[in-house]
Write a protein that binds this ligand. Structure first.
Ligand code: DLL
Length: 441
């Protein structure tokens, strides 16, 4: 990966505090969080069952005694069952759309918003955002936390923000050209859509001034980073977050681009085996379980994110003392079990992007003709490789089958498609098309 051309900078001193000092702060804040959540009937009941009181929290190790919270709990408590402050103290609501039924509503007090702004500003500064930049935010502004969350972080730094919101790709590119936008903020798949549009419309890349991008909101691979960086001639950074615990800003990459620093003064993040719920050894992938440490309106205890990633410590050359998380490999509920083998969609993406001629536009099509799942990987060819010679296409297909087999151990069906036939995305991509007619509970 190329070295990024900017100087390291920290936004505030807390980012480099020593681990001992951090633990003291975390313990204090965990106690306060337990106290605050006593106002939420859901938690009060669970604490009573386990004899938990704020005074019984003596160190961060006591975290493991606390109850877990799931997405289903959020659904059951819709809309405001998790509110820990009087309604008049709420100054903003967001929500996550969810694929089924009602959204999850997230509430913020004025202090929550201030803290969230600082968290977003921190990771943006870590990833090179400076006062002199012009930043285009191509996330939805609305219930989704992406738009507003990043927006205020950028303003906090003093950079200029263009709240372009998502969609209308032609206008996005026009704005980038006219306003000399140097930083793009979006999902990685929307950046691909933008790159695709630029290529199809023969827009000269030098007419854009883009240098950096901060991508988040969905799983993407290192191979996808390389593809987007090459296509747009930029440096791309990863950032992670989720609505239930605040929105974007939970973690983000620094100039070393070796993992995302977790904002550990605001969140305790555990990495657990999703089946046994025991901690996995340091550095091994597990499910991230997140506890907020200073949220007021909706503090959350041990939220099961379903996101699978690894967490590791150790010195980083940026000087931040916060531990890092690796890329999210996938969600435990996105994992496919094909002929007994566990496969994440991101592994298929990693394989595809290693094959010259395979484009980053793909989908994973699932069917269940009888009792077993069948998977077809449908991938567009890049325009440069597109040929009507059957033999060329057969060779390309066999390369893709082998690349997928090398990573997943499975020989999957591969269907090669002409360029521009698959759907393009403006927000989060939908890569897995499930036609198995499985019952959803
Ligand atoms: O996507 C918050 C966000 C907005 C993060 C913008 C970063 C940038 P939700 O809609 O609640 O919130 O979706 C959260 O998205 O549990 C992950 O599965 C996934 N996700 C978010 N960031 C990343 C990332 C926002 N960098 C869900 N890599 C999370 C992989 C990510 N997955």
């Amino acid at each position: 990966m190329p070295q990024v051309p900017f100087e390291n900078q920290l936004l505030d001193a807390a980012e480099s505090m020593c681990r001992e000092e951090l633990q003291v702060l975390q313990t204090l804040r965990l106690k306060e969080t337990v106290e605050r959540t006593m106002k939420v009937p859901f938690y009060r009941k669970k604490f009573a069952e386990k004899n938990i009181t704020p005074d019984s929290i003596r160190s961060v190790d006591d975290l493991k005694r606390l109850p877990l919270t799931t997405k289903a709990d959020f659904r059951d408590q819709y809309p405001l069952g998790f509110l820990a402050v009087p309604r008049e103290e709420v100054v903003r609501y967001h929500g996550s759309s969810g694929t089924t039924g009602k959204p999850t509503i997230i509430a913020y007090t004025a202090r929550d918003l201030k803290m969230w702004t600082q968290m977003c500003a921190r990771f943006l500064v870590a990833g090179g955002l400076r006062k002199e930049h012009t930043v285009q935010v191509a996330f939805g502004y609305g219930l989704f936390t992406g738009g507003f969350g990043l927006h205020y972080g950028i303003e906090r730094i003093g950079a200029a923000v263009i709240p372009a919101a998502s969609g209308n790709t032609r206008r996005q590119i026009q704005l980038m050209q006219d306003m000399k936008t140097d930083v793009l903020i979006s999902t990685p798949s929307y950046a691909l859509t933008i790159a695709d549009h630029i290529r199809r419309e023969n827009i000269a890349l030098p007419s854009l001034s883009l240098k950096y991008a901060h991508f988040g909101g969905e799983t993407w691979t290192e191979q996808m980073r390389e593809t987007i960086e090459q296509e747009l001639q930029i440096y791309a950074f990863n950032n992670y977050g989720l609505s239930e615990v605040i929105g974007p800003g939970v973690s983000g990459e620094c100039l070393a681009r070796n993992g995302m620093h977790i904002q550990e003064d605001h969140f305790l993040v555990e990495c657990l085996n999703p089946h046994t719920l025991e901690p996995v050894p340091e550095g091994e992938p597990g499910e991230l379980v997140i506890t907020s440490l200073d949220r007021e309106a909706m503090p959350v205890i041990r939220y099961r994110t379903r996101d699978i990633a690894r967490i590791f410590g150790g010195a980083c050359r940026c000087g931040r003392s916060f531990r890092r998380m690796g890329r999210v490999i996938g969600r435990s509920d996105d994992m496919l079990i094909i002929r007994g083998v566990n496969v994440y969609p991101s592994q298929i993406e990693e394989a595809l992007l290693q094959v010259p001629g395979a484009s980053p536009h793909y989908e994973i099509f699932l069917t269940r003709p009888k009792t077993l799942d069948e998977v077809t990987v449908r991938v567009e060819i890049t325009p440069a490789y597109f040929s009507d010679k059957v033999s060329d296409m057969t060779i390309l297909k066999s390369h893709i089958v082998s690349a997928v087999a090398a990573i997943t151990g499975l020989h999957l069906n591969v269907e090669i498609l002409a360029p521009n036939v698959l759907q393009r995305f403006e927000g989060k991509a939908k890569r897995v098309i499930d036609h198995r007619n499985l019952k959803v509970e």
